[in-house]
Design a protein around this ligand. Structure first.
Ligand SMILES: [Fe+2]
Length: 312
């Protein structure tokens, strides 16, 4: 199953205007019909909670209504339809995509991917002993730069039975387990990507079933820090980060949102292929991050000592 990754997430929300403002401030581009796109065309779609065109909700507070996967070609979409028709309904929608559900009731869509190939440079680093990534007179900091989310990276589900869910994605859709938190859930990637994970699951009580967070990739850690700092300055509330995860090595910064889930900025994730052997670790603060920062407003030395300084 040549699934590349999530093309889109669809939410049924209470406050459409607040969500639209949030997604725009996050850096996605409003393109109409409730869609907010990253640079490669992957997107978040929002509609009012009661919109009859949305798949059924999960019966919890979660506002996630559908995860749409991008496939390499129509043959993959057809193969998925054939596989899922063995034991569940598969609808063919007018836009050519198919719609069904996973084993825990999360609505899924599959389509030929909307992802456009990107030709963008990654952030560069200079270090003694290594060939410069930025030569003379090329600056590392550009205050005018406006980092934009490049691509929908991953979604994290709260699930009441991760083993059942994992079996569905691995056996029916060909996902691979990259790493796992013991007793909590697996980091999964589909066959068409080398990203460490596009789907992670966290075992929770059934009433929490839904979306914990989603995130888009940025161009590197400086972009993540800049985008996150500007998001804070706009008044949005940091939930966790900035920091760097261990599994995946991705930089992270999570925020509260009006979409009923957290929303993350992500950068510099590890890539893996079939040569990789999955790691396992108990979940906890040590396993979840290499380091964690606390955001502070800009400051400079000079003037009176900072509040709380000793000896003055
Ligand atoms: Fe994440």
């Amino acid at each position: 199953m040549n699934i590349i990754g999530p093309d889109a997430l669809v939410f049924g929300v209470d406050d459409v205007a607040a969500c639209a403002q949030y997604l725009t401030d996050y850096g996605l581009k409003p393109v109409g019909k409730g869609r907010f796109e990253a640079l490669d065309g992957t997107y978040i779609a929002i509609a009012p909670r009661g919109d009859p065109s949305l798949p059924a909700d999960l019966g919890t507070a979660s506002m996630l209504r559908k995860t749409i996967y991008g496939c390499a070609d129509q043959a993959t979409v057809d193969a998925i339809a054939q596989e899922l028709l063995k034991d569940r309904e598969v609808k063919k929608l007018a836009d050519g995509s198919i719609e069904s559900v996973d084993d825990l009731g999360f609505a899924l869509g599959f389509q030929v991917t909307v992802r456009k190939p990107l030709q963008l440079a990654a952030e560069t680093v200079n270090a003694p002993g290594a060939k410069p990534q930025r030569g003379p007179n090329l600056l590392g900091v550009d205050e005018k730069s406006d980092p934009k989310p490049r691509s929908l990276s991953h979604v994290v589900y709260f699930v009441p039975d991760y083993a059942k869910s994992e079996a569905f994605y691995v056996k029916r859709l060909g996902f691979v387990v990259t790493d796992r938190f013991l007793g909590v859930g697996p980091f999964l990637r589909p066959a068409g990507t080398t990203d460490h994970h596009t789907l992670f699951m966290i075992q929770t009580p059934p009433q929490m079933k839904g979306c914990e967070h989603f995130t888009f990739h940025l161009g590197g850690p400086t972009e993540l820090m800049l985008a996150g700092s500007r998001f804070v300055a706009k008044g949005y509330e940091s939930f966790w980060g900035p920091g760097r995860h261990k599994f995946g090595s991705n930089w992270f910064w999570y925020f509260n949102s009006p979409l009923g889930c957290h929303v993350e900025y992500d950068a510099d994730m590890d890539l893996h292929d079939e040569a990789w052997t999955a790691r396992e670790a108990p979940m906890g603060a040590d396993a979840s991050q290499l380091f964690l920062f606390q955001h502070r407003e800009k400051w400079a030395p000079g003037g009176p000592p900072p509040p709380g300084a000793k000896g003055h």
